[in-house]
Design a protein around this ligand. Sequence first.
Ligand SMILES: Nc1ncnc2c1ncn2[C@@H]1O[C@H](COP(=O)(O)OP(=O)(O)O)[C@@H](O)[C@H]1O
Ligand SMILES: [Mg+2]
Length: 323
Amino acid sequence: MRKFFGMWRDKTIGRPFGHSDVSLKKGEKNMNQLVIKNLSKTYPNGVQALKNIDLTIGSGMFGLLGPNGAGKSTLMRTLATLQNADEGTAFLGDLNILKEKEKVREILGFLPQEFDFYPKVTAGDMLSHFAVLKGISKHSERKEIVNAMLDRVNLSEYKKKKLGSFSGGMKQRLGIAQALLGDPELLIVDEPTAGLDPKERHHFHNLLSEIGENMIVILSTHIVDDVSDLCSDMAIIDKGELLLTKNPLEAIEELNGNIRSKVIESNQLDEYKTKYNVISSRLYMGKRQIHIFSETDPGDNFKEIQPNLEDVYFSVIPEKDVD
Ligand SMILES: Nc1ncnc2c1ncn2[C@@H]1O[C@H](COP(=O)(O)OP(=O)(O)O)[C@@H](O)[C@H]1O
Ligand SMILES: [Mg+2]
């Protein structure tokens, strides 16, 4: 384990900018905070997907960042009442998420990682079907809501089109419309940008950024840019463990002065890895550009660079888990 690893293992939960509930009057509910304590899950095959997760999440967009297999979907499905944890608690205000499942479903919007629907169904019919499940039973009201939702995700003109003709980006936008039915207080979107091309991802980011500030939105992703673009707060998890939870800007600031870069020959990588804390490496015009973590100038033609969120991510995630 790298020397600086410990420094980044921050299990104290802080919402740095004024999201504490100290100002609440006695007896007043704070539905705007999701408090997860000591959440653990081991699957029957022995995989420990969540290890004592502690997280406090306030309103706005929260990024849950981690590589494949980190435990993101397990955590999200648990919060969405679709599977049980072995241990721990999760409360949204007074609402016991792990126990009061019916009540949770009334205030929850969920876009699962694998979201697909029968290709022969139209977008309008699909949303209408989900609206019935959300308890919007009056036909005229449902029609109005479906139209408003399609408009909100920019799919009005595709209302009568079958889902089989939809692109990945359009399906995800429809998935968001489905999740927003019934005005949820808690919106969970699991890897919504995986598989989207850069342009679709950009559109999707714009849509997510318009979603209400007054809602808790948890977005899981393995794409660092999703978090840099959208999230005011984040956590990084890997192998079921919470490695860091921080305001992204603060996390970047803490790395200031410690990230250095150099372009090396591709075959020199192993040599550099033995000498330095190489946190990331990528091909660069036929050579290799490496970033190292070093609090002091190591010489050797390394150049100090302005860190970004990717450096934060690679500082806490062992590189082999990301490659
Ligand atoms: N139903 C399951 N049964 C057994 N193992 C599972 C199951 N679902 C997920 N896992 C394992 O749990 C770990 C976390 O998976 P997951 O929560 O899907 O991570 P992520 O969404 O971050 O990719 C992985 O090692 C995965 O293989
Ligand atoms: Mg997943």
